[in-house]
Design a protein around this ligand. Structure first.
Ligand code: ADP
Ligand code: MG
Length: 338
């Protein structure tokens, strides 16, 4: 078989597949952009579980009109200038892929205005091709509308789950960001029905209440530990409040939600002998450390990281959780090895 260099369009679609797997991945990338843009209010609107419309409105810095075309190109970013920067990333984005990826598998419109800009501009992209740039009236900030996701990748469409499942994925994701950024006012609606709403007053309990309801939110135990330049802050459930799955164990490293099997087990070990096997706590843990101590450039979706000193991190998390549990728990500690 002859070896061919793939056409740009195919390359883009392959790359898009790594970043944009489902509607929730679009929402994730757009929310991250809004946060990176310094927004203090983010609104998310979806229709048909994001398959028909995903719209994110932020009041962040906006995109300059002469940069709009670049913003939707692959590997185009304002957040990274050289390879060295990869080791001290302070933004959620850095790969310069998301807008290009979203634009290549949907019909996308970005409407934006900067503080300095006298006018707003909008750019439309259809299946990866720019179809127009127009001047338009708009407030400072950015509106990204992604419609007909995967209309040109029917194979992807077939892999999507039911609207209920896809919508849940989106709402879970928004909840995570709302927790990580309680200083942002969040508002979501799905097919006109309200989802999460927060005021942006930086009150974690308020966001926890919006997500879990007041009964659970007030029971969650606050934890806070700082050791060796690593700080662990967050909320965990008391031993009497458990779940049948580990989905509600959430970790954030420097404001980024991540998945990490070892962090999961550090927490589960902290609950060992205090809760039944097969039960899991609710946890929202915010780990902060020097960005140089964590490599976020592991996977296109940026949901996995590598720690420079993993044992140190897991040790501190385990101790932070265990200590608070022992202190708070009415259950006497019998079989602990911590
Ligand atoms: P990345 O976030 O990795 O830089 P993206 O493709 O997500 O890549 O975005 C490309 C660029 O477009 C960003 O670097 C940023 O300059 C600009 N941008 C995207 N979304 C927004 C937004 N909501 N507000 C302001 N600027 C944005
Ligand atoms: Mg981005």
């Amino acid at each position: 078989m002859a070896i061919r260099i793939l056409a740009d369009e195919v390359v883009s679609q392959i790359a898009a597949g790594e970043v944009i797997e489902r509607p929730a991945s679009v929402v994730k990338e757009l929310i991250e952009n809004a946060i990176d843009a310094g927004a203090s209010a983010i609104m998310i609107r979806t229709e048909e579980a994001g398959k028909r419309i995903i719209e994110i409105i932020d009041n962040g810095c906006g995109i300059q009109s002469d940069e709009l075309e670049k913003a939707v190109m692959r590997h185009a970013t304002s957040k990274l200038t050289n390879a060295e920067d990869l080791f001290h990333i302070h933004t959620l984005g850095f790969r310069g892929e998301a807008l290009a990826a979203a634009g290549s598998v949907s019909r996308m419109r970005i409407t934006t205005c900067t503080a300095e800009g006298n006018n707003g501009y909008s750019i439309t992209v259809d299946g990866g091709k720019i179809t127009g740039i127009h001047q338009t009236g708009t407030k400072q900030g950015t509106i990204v509308q992604v419609t007909d996701l995967f209309y040109n990748v029917p194979a992807r469409l077939k892999f999507l789950k039911s609207d209920v499942t896809e919508r849940n994925q989106i709402e879970i994701l928004i909840s995570r960001y709302a927790l990580a950024y309680p200083n942002i006012r969040w508002q979501s609606t799905h097919d006109g029905k309200p989802g999460i709403r927060t005021t942006g007053n930086a009150d974690y309990r308020e966001v926890l209440t919006a997500i879990y309801g007041v009964d659970i939110a007030k029971k969650l135990i606050e934890i806070d530990l700082k050791e060796e330049g690593i700080s662990v802050f967050g909320f965990i459930s008391p031993v009497a409040l458990t779940r049948s799955n580990r989905r509600e164990m959430n970790f954030f490293v420097n404001g980024r939600w991540i998945q990490d099997v070892q962090l999961n087990s550090a927490i589960i070990r902290a609950y060992q002998s205090l809760i039944m096997v097969g039960r899991y706590p609710i946890a929202a843990l915010f780990i902060s450390m020097d960005p140089e101590e964590v490599d976020v450039n592991v996977h296109p979706s940026k949901a996995e990281v590598r720690f420079r000193s993993p044992d140190k991190v897991f040790g501190i998390v385990h101790r932070a959780v265990r200590r608070s549990l022992i202190f708070q728990s009415p259950v006497p500690e019998i079989h602990s090895n911590a």
